[in-house]
Design a protein around this ligand. Structure first.
Ligand code: ZN
Length: 225
């Protein structure tokens, strides 16, 4: 909520800033949370992060949007300009490049945080031992080299496993347990991580991010089977 409630952003009257409440996206109800997130890039076009529509308005109002991509745009209507009588509005694209330092250059190379949600998504909800597909509640994070044997909690040492396979494997390595991995772990890059963390990606955003995902990623396969 960095934009909507903030008065006197450059280019916006107080009235407009206070009234960024009439939102129109074709075919969607204006309920809070119904709007897709906006993908930001750095000046070089490197994916950076997801932001809310309010945050996107803030960048537009501050004239910090260098250029934009994407077919899908939304428009935020503000109040009437007292002088011209025209209604203020901001139109935003689904992908925007933000002016300033190349902030994404650093973060792009960083290892994204490890969470079960993104891990299960990386592994397409498939158990690495039996190959079964499961709902999230029936999945676990398996440490290939177990914690008790010095295994680390990192993307490269974890796979998705169903509860029964995890129990069967117990505190053993796959070799000792004679449970072969049917796929290998990997560290998602920034673009893939952005895909994994957002369940409502617009088609043009997905198309853009997919170009930055390494060819060996499982995201390029419709099914891991
Ligand atoms: Zn299993």
């Amino acid at each position: 909520m960095k934009c909507a409630g903030r008065p006197a952003a450059a280019g916006l009257s107080d009235e407009v800033s206070a009234r960024l409440d009439t939102i129109q996206i074709a075919g969607e109800s204006p309920a809070q949370g119904a709007f897709p997130l906006i993908l930001t890039l750095d000046m070089h076009g490197v994916p950076h992060r997801w932001i809310s529509w309010q945050h996107a308005c803030y960048y537009y109002a501050k004239d910090q949007v260098a250029w934009s991509l994407g077919e899908r745009a939304f428009t935020v209507h503000g109040g009437l300009n007292r002088v011209t009588g025209e209604r203020s509005r901001i139109s935003a694209a689904s992908i925007i490049a933000i002016k300033g330092k190349a902030m994404a250059m650093k973060s792009f190379g960083q290892v994204p945080p490890l969470n079960n949600r993104e891990l299960f998504h990386r592994d397409r909800q498939m158990c690495a031992y039996c190959g079964g597909m499961f709902t999230t509640s029936r999945l676990t994070r398996d440490h290939i080299n177990p914690f008790s044997r010095g295994g680390k909690d990192t993307w490269m040492n974890v796979v998705t496993a169903c509860r029964s396979c995890n129990e069967k494997k117990s505190d053993r390595t796959p070799e000792t347990a004679r449970m072969e991995l049917i796929y290998l772990p990997y560290v998602p890059n920034r673009a893939e991580y952005l895909i994994l963390t957002n369940r409502r990606i617009l088609a043009d955003q997905m198309e853009f991010l997919a170009q930055h995902v390494p060819a060996q990623s499982r995201l390029h396969h419709k099914s891991a089977q």
